[in-house]
Structure formats: structure tokens, C-alpha cells
Ligand binder design. Sequence first.
Ligand SMILES: Nc1ncnc2c1ncn2[C@@H]1O[C@H](COP(=O)(O)OP(=O)(O)OP(=O)(O)O)[C@@H](O)[C@H]1O
Ligand SMILES: [Mg+2]
Length: 234
Amino acid sequence: MTDPIIQVENLHKSYLMGKEAVPALRGVSIDVARGEMLCLMGPSGSGKTTLLNLLGGLDEPSRGHISIDGENVVAMKEEQLARLRLRKLGFVFQTFNLLNNFTAFENVEAPMVLSGQFRRKARKERVAMLMEQVGLSDRMDHYPSELSGGQQQRVAIARALANDPPIIIGDEMTGDLDSETGFEVMRLVRRLNQEQGKTVIFVTHDPRMAEFSDRVINMLDGKIHTETTQRMGE
Ligand SMILES: Nc1ncnc2c1ncn2[C@@H]1O[C@H](COP(=O)(O)OP(=O)(O)OP(=O)(O)O)[C@@H](O)[C@H]1O
Ligand SMILES: [Mg+2]
């Protein structure tokens, strides 16, 4: 593969439960092309979330190598990892994880305040632009509790885009949504992939959502079980 934006090599992860090591990943290697939309599937406990957490530097592998946009993640200290997460990765979760005491606008603005990448005026303009991109210009001053699930997830997507990261990581981002709302969210993410070249890695249990991807990797017992290319280069 030419120019992979994510390279994972022989990744292993065991969690320590008391004295016992529980293996979660047992030698996973994946290259993700720049601009690819990759779907991870597989039964509960097969290691999908573990893999996403390792990619985002949220946890440390037992062994193996990860590089993100040319940077060696495994060697990074916490401060460098925090910077990597802010600048290179946008996370979208199943349960939205918005800050409940912040408006939609403030939720989207927060990662920009943290990164310091934009000055105040540019930041405000950017939040408005992102809210428009996700179709919520008329909901900027709403609190999460005043938004539907699909709207909350779109705010979470705008937040993931705040610092213009090249990569979006989604863990069951449609899992808590009804199927029509889930489709809307997937269409939005696919549009960001196709129009803005965002690289996307997402986990789903729903084969209908998997169809939005270029490639599906099926995991089983901490390993890659099968891999299906759907329409790479479309
Ligand atoms: N913090 C932890 N401590 C101990 N074991 C863990 C921990 N997190 C995950 N595991 C174990 O690692 C394995 C992989 O879990 P993981 O959460 O990655 O699965 P998953 O594929 O995301 O499953 P699901 O589809 O249910 O979300 C499982 O056997 C799980 O029990
Ligand atoms: Mg999971």
C-alpha cells in the first residue's frame, strides 16, 4: 500500500486481571490508506475497542508497533499522545459523550480551546461552519439534553472535526440510534470521507452500516479473521 496513514504491526494486548493475563489482541497487522474508510466487525470481545483505544494512544500495547501519520505512537509520552489525539484524531463514541453543561456550540469549541490552534474569532467562525456542515446551525445554543440522539451524534462529529484531524475513529457510533438516524449519521461520515478526504475507521455490529466502508475487517479472538474489499478507489 502506498502512503498508509495508519500502520499497525503485530500488535498484542493483554489486560492483567489480578495475576492472570487476558489476551485481547493477538498479533494484529493493518495498514490503512490515506482517505480510506475502514470498517471493523466481529463478535463481542473480539478486540475491536481495544484496537481503537491503542490507535488513539488511550492505552498501551503489550507489544507491536503503531504509526499514525508518520509518528511512532508506542514511543510517545502522555503529553505527546494528548497532542496527537487533539490534532490527528477525532473520536466519535456510541453514547456521544458530550459535556452536558455545555451548549452544542461550546462542545464543538472545546477541543479548539485545548489545542490553541485557532484564535478566538477564527474559532467562533469555525464552530459555526462545522455546525452548518452537520446541519445544526439552528441548534447551536441547545444543551445536549435538548437534542435528539441523532443531533447529539452530529454535534459529536462536529466536535471530532474541530481541529481538522485527518483521521476519524468511531466506536459503534450508530449503536444507540434507530436505523434511519444511523443511516443519516453514516451518510454524513461518508461525505466527510469522500469530500474532505478524512480517513475513517469505525466499528459496527450492523452489516448495513458496514456497507458505507471501502473495506471490512472481521476480527475474531483478537486476530484478523477475514478481510473484504468492497469498493476501494471508487
Ligand atoms: N479493561 C479491561 N480489563 C480486562 N479485560 C478487558 C478490558 N477491556 C477489554 N477486556 C477484554 O479484552 C477482550 C476484548 O475486548 P474489547 O472491548 O476490545 O472487545 P470488542 O470487540 O470491542 O467487543 P464489543 O463488540 O462487545 O464492544 C475481551 O475479552 C474483554 O473481556
Ligand atoms: Mg467494543
